[in-house]
Design a binder for this molecule. Structure first.
Ligand code: NAD
Ligand code: UDP
Ligand code: UDP
Length: 347
């Protein structure tokens, strides 16, 4: 504030990353529920850089204000603490509805609230989309296929889900969220997009396999493989997912679309890969570990799916999207990032 001219200096804006200047006709008002979470915060960064107006709605259950803190104060950005289980009013053009814990320990912490988030939260956001005529995208999941009998999983497969097991709050929650989404599409003409996201890595300490293995290997602790390690997963890097979500939102595809990387690993192989990459990074940094970390086996969680790999033909055909990051490239980036975070004491 300059007392002589009684004006406010806008030089403070330079503390923000450079956002694109969009003409008002192209600038969208975008609501991102769960925008403080892992996927949401990366999506928010991209939408902000593209020059849109972004409102984040989050109850900070698993997300944190710090993930998007760098945007606070920017005129295109707003953050609201709110639980999507309760109704919410705002005017917007697009809704990315991501709010829902995604890691098994998090979504099982309060199973009833997870179901309420998927059911009532999605109902509210669809009601909002109907009222504002906003386009609505939901982040669904490969978990709608359950422990699949079809491999790889294509979008027309109906799935194999245990409706009463410990994972059901998440899997069945997402299934009913998809049902609601297509209900509003058919009955009320809401424009909908459904992304079925496959395993994406990942935030430190989220309890999922990629972060567990990287943190364990960097700390010189043994890697914990659950079960015999023969179950498979296919891992995609967050940047590919963000590309896919934005491409889907702006496409005309209303059917569900798998977004994932088709590189499939057994969890045992994956543990070896993480160990090898961590060793490579340590070597490059001149670190000589006292001993080689071992791979140890722990009991397998109930209903752990045996195999998972996306068939991404639809994403290729409809969105011209395919992953650009190999698992090795993505993991190397992640290991360096985790290492830097550990050095500064924030992991
Ligand atoms: P995350 O836990 O990091 O983020 C979820 C965000 O939603 C957090 O910020 C959390 O605080 C918020 N949230 C949770 N319940 C809420 C509620 N009731 N009201 C308001 N906010 C709430 O998880 P993520 O990995 O970023 O996942 C984001 C979305 O993507 C989820 O819908 C998840 O189901 C889906 N998804 C993720 C993966 C993956 O591998 N990361 C895979 C498939 C699907
Ligand atoms: N809703 C909301 N924000 C809005 C519009 C609706 O949260 O801007 C909620 C509303 O409170 C209701 C849900 O979305 O619980 C479904 O709305 P809809 O209009 O479809 O149903 P109705 O209100 O007629 O039951
Ligand atoms: N897993 C593991 N060690 C860990 C965490 C997970 O072996 O420290 C296994 C888990 O049993 C599952 C796979 O890795 O077979 C992926 O688990 P995650 O929780 O990351 O995601 P999911 O795909 O099961 O939702």
């Amino acid at each position: 504030y300059h007392p002589e001219t009684q004006s406010i200096s806008y030089t403070t804006l330079t503390r923000f990353p450079p956002v694109k200047l969009l003409p008002p006709s192209e600038r969208k008002r975008i609501l991102v529920t769960g925008g403080a979470g892992f996927v949401g915060s990366h999506l928010v960064d991209r939408l902000m850089l593209l020059g849109h107006e972004v409102t984040v709605l989050d109850n900070f259950f698993t997300g944190s204000k710090t993930t998007i803190g760098h945007w606070v104060g920017h005129p295109n950005f707003e953050m609201v603490r709110h639980d999507v289980v309760e109704p919410f009013m705002i005017e917007c053009d697009q809704i990315y509805h991501l709010a829902c814990p995604a890691s098994p320990p998090h979504y099982q912490f309060n199973a009833i609230h997870t179901v309420k988030t998927s059911f009532m939260g999605t109902l509210n956001m669809l009601g909002l989309a109907k009222r504002t005529k906003a386009r609505f995208l939901i982040s669904s999941t490969s978990e709608v296929y359950g422990d699949p009998e079809v491999h790889p999983q294509h979008e027309d497969y109906w799935g194999h889900v245990n409706p009463i097991g410990p994972r059901a709050c998440y899997d069945e929650g997402k299934r009913v969220a998809e049902t609601l989404t297509y209900g509003y599409h058919r009955q009320d003409g809401v424009e909908v997009r459904v992304a079925r996201i496959f395993n994406t890595y990942v935030n430190p300490h989220d309890g999922r396999v990629v972060s567990n293995f990287i943190v364990q290997a960097l700390r010189g602790e043994d890697l914990t493989v659950y079960g015999d390690g023969k179950q498979t997963r296919s891992f995609q890097y967050i940047h590919d997912l963000v590309d896919g979500l934005i491409a889907l939102m702006n496409s005309s595809e209303t059917r569900p679309v798998n977004i994932g990387n088709g590189d499939e690993f057994t969890i045992g192989e994956f543990a070896e890969l993480v160990r090898e990459i961590v060793e490579k990074v340590q070597r490059e940094d001149g670190v000589v570990p006292e001993r080689r970390v071992q791979i140890v086996y722990k009991p397998i969680p109930i209903d752990d799916p045996q195999r998972r790999r996306p068939d991404t033909t639809r994403a290729k055909e409809s969105l011209a999207w395919q992953p650009r990051w190999t698992v090795r490239m993505g993991l190397e980036e992640m290991v360096r990032y985790y290492k830097a975070k550990m050095a500064e004491g924030s992991i």
